[in-house]
Design a protein around this ligand. Sequence first.
Ligand code: PAZ
Length: 337
Amino acid sequence: MADPQQAERDYFSNEPPPKDLQANVTLAREFIQRHGDAGRRLVLVTSGGTTVPLETQTVRCIDNFSAGTRGATSAEFFLRQGYAVVFLHRQFSLLPYSRHYSHNTRSFLDYMREEDGRVVVDEQHQADMLHVLRQYTNVKREGRLLILSFVTITEYLWDLREVAQLMRPLGPRAMFYLAAAVSDFFVPRDRMVEHKIQSNDEFSQAADGAHGTGRPPAARTEGRKLVIDLEPVPKFLKQLVDGWAPDGIIVSFKLETDPSILVKKARYALNKYSHHLVIGNLLSTRKWEVVFVSRLEGEKWIRVPEHRRTKSFSGVPSLVGSADASARQDQSEPSQS
Ligand code: PAZ
């Protein structure tokens, strides 16, 4: 089996950092230091899906499913518990607080009307919006939410590594809550074609020798077929647990579609990486049930009662991966229909 440290060195020496990495690191360093000095608990919440670009000048990519609902909702709950939150999310996926009014079947403009030349919120939404706005304003005033974004798997991993290393001195006051849907496969930079992959042979780029490697590009046309030959992304959870933040509290998520393997795979991840908690969920039921798998408590299912499931408004789950989520939701979630 490949040495994880060597795999890390290879990955980060081959895959270039995102353009905004230094800017993100500067913001994160100040944020972590400020809250660390104040004795506050910090959580890095990752959210949304990573993309795998097929071309350097990317027209096409492979995406991982996730709207960012779990991450954005969970971030709100951490903030309510007094945490400072670094919210590392897929660009344009759901954000804490604004999620209540975005990515909906209705536009945020539908909550408002014009009155005497001014914009006002409709009466029926006043209470809910005020509730959300107050939470958001408090968090903003206290500077407890730092929002960073990624698009590709490589951007995600660079940001994760840098932020985790900055959080390392906080020890167990630092939590990592890894709800992002991260690709297991990718196109290495030295096997990526520069330009848009052509469907017409006449315009195709050289089918072999990508970047002088002698190996064919990982995504290419052969005849009229698109052939995609991805490589595995190194398992960075191992590096996070052992190297980047060895004293941090680490919570990973496991998404499956086959119910018969969910718990097995969650247990496997827990044993393999020796972190604190794996939260398993199935694609089809993730909005109302999750399973917590930990060494201390074994396997524990948390479900939103059936009569409450239909209550959540579109795009917002009833369950965010917290033991008393449904109870707390009573007090905290706006009740839109
Ligand atoms: O963002 P969302 O609420 O639509 O979905 C959340 C989720 C299913 C992506 C998350 O709960 C999760 O399981 N993340 C880890 C996915 C993975 O196994 O890589």
